[in-house]
Design a protein. Structure first.
Length: 186
């Protein structure tokens, strides 16, 4: 995909048929469609340059809070921290967040700056993600290898369970009509 469409200009000019062919096996086709829409906007509105601020990035199709923050920190070295699953787990464990109000995305976004910032933000963010993925694992965290155990309340209390927001179970009812004609159901 990247070999054929290495920049915004080529992506904006590709036909939908070729785009979908190149996208095969890479995930939802709506993402490819949003990539093309985003490339069109970047070429037309931003002179082929990716915007480097949160507001403009979030206005692009398919780019929400996490991707915009990831782009800012990893591409532009801006002092923001994207809240992926690994960083979220680190935050919940270090701060010992257990209450439903504490594990909401809104609350977590307010607390993510606990980790601070660096002049080398892209490396810092990647290290936080790696720490969550390889050391502060969902099951069996490797605390003996963790550089921040002295700040970790879960380590202090020896309670590593992660609370997840309870999803509401939606009960759906469907009504159908069944017809029988000559011993066959329709």
């Amino acid at each position: 995909f990247i070999k054929e469409l290495p920049n915004f200009t080529k992506l904006s000019k590709v036909s939908e048929k070729k785009l979908y062919k190149l996208w095969e096996g890479l995930g939802y086709y709506s993402r490819a469609k949003n990539l093309k829409k985003t490339a069109d906007i970047i070429v037309d509105k931003y002179k082929k340059k990716l915007p480097n601020n949160l507001k403009e990035l979030k206005e692009l199709p398919g780019i929400g809070d996490y991707p915009s923050r990831a782009i800012l920190s990893l591409e532009f070295n801006k002092k923001v921290i994207p809240l992926d699953g690994n960083i979220e787990r680190l935050l919940k464990r270090v701060l010992y967040l257990k209450k439903p109000s504490e594990i909401s995305k809104t609350y977590l976004m307010e607390k993510v700056d606990f980790f601070g910032h660096s002049n080398r933000q892209r490396e810092y963010v990647q290290s936080l993600m790696e720490l969550g993925a390889l050391v502060c694992k969902p099951i069996d965290p490797q605390c003996k290898n963790c550089p921040i155990t002295k700040y970790c309340k879960s380590f202090k209390y020896k309670d590593f369970k992660i609370k997840k927001k309870q999803k509401k179970i939606k009960v759906k009812y469907f009504e159908s009509k069944v017809y029988i004609n000559e011993n066959k159901l329709f």
